[in-house]
Ligand binder design. Structure first.
Ligand SMILES: Nc1nc2c(ncn2[C@@H]2O[C@H](COP(=O)(O)OP(=O)(O)OP(=O)(O)O)[C@@H](O)[C@H]2O)c(=O)[nH]1
Ligand SMILES: [Mg+2]
Length: 198
């Protein structure tokens, strides 16, 4: 139900996994390459344009930003990856943070992996998929910015997505999305309802 997500409120930003709140309840994380539209997707599903900061400068979200839905349920907006201009030390730090978060966080129920539909399934996306597959963690791929492509172009990417996702042991899902137009919102909320056991 959409109403659950409209209640989302900012909880806190942390630079290290150690600073996260206790590993209890349920968490879903939004991950993806810099500029793929993670913050925009979050703002769209919560119908709150001011919740997560959207930026034209890639790599802006450097911290793990946590949002609450209620006392038990949280959404984590993870820092983006793959931005060339980020210094190597920062990239290493990102990898450490995300690796640690995904491998150790018990309350994590699933990952929403946001991709720019024009540049899907890049190396780090696939690395993340393999990593989650090994941990048995469900991943839902969001092919965002669908408004940027024609129906024919979209059909090609959907075919590619099916092929890529069939490679894993665990079922991985995907959907089309446009944070700009509001396309795919109900579908994503429906999946989150399952993960959050609403
Ligand atoms: N056309 C179009 N543009 C979008 C869409 N979603 C996001 N954008 C634009 O893409 C840019 C990046 O969006 P963000 O939501 O800040 O992306 P992000 O993944 O959170 O970026 P970082 O936090 O820097 O990693 C912004 O200029 C958005 O307006 C979409 O569905 N369609
Ligand atoms: Mg962001």
């Amino acid at each position: 139900m959409a109403a659950h997500y409209q209640k989302a409120y900012f909880l806190l930003s942390v630079a290290n996994v150690e600073q996260l709140p206790p590993d209890e309840g349920m968490e879903v994380a939004i991950v993806g390459r810099s500029n793929a539209g993670k913050s925009s997707v979050l703002n769209r599903i919560t119908q709150n344009k001011g919740l997560a900061r959207v930026s034209k400068t890639p790599g802006r979200t450097q911290m793990v930003n946590l949002f609450g839905l209620d006392d038990e349920r949280r959404i984590a907006d993870l820092p983006g990856y793959g931005f060339a201009k980020v210094p190597l030390a920062a990239k290493k730090k990102w990898e450490k943070t995300v690796d640690k978060y995904i491998s150790e966080r018990e309350c994590l129920k699933g990952l929403v992996l946001v991709m720019d539909i024009r540049h899907p399934f890049r190396d780090l996306d696939k690395q993340l998929l393999s990593f989650c597959d090994a941990r048995g963690l469900p991943v839902h791929v969001i092919l965002n910015k669908a408004d940027k492509l024609s129906n024919n172009e979209i059909a090609v990417i959907v075919k590619q997505a099916k092929k890529e996702l069939a490679e894993y042991h665990h079922p991985m899902s995907y959907q089309l999305f446009s944070a700009l137009k509001g396309k795919g919102v109900k579908e994503l909320q429906g999946l989150l309802d399952e993960w959050y056991k609403y």
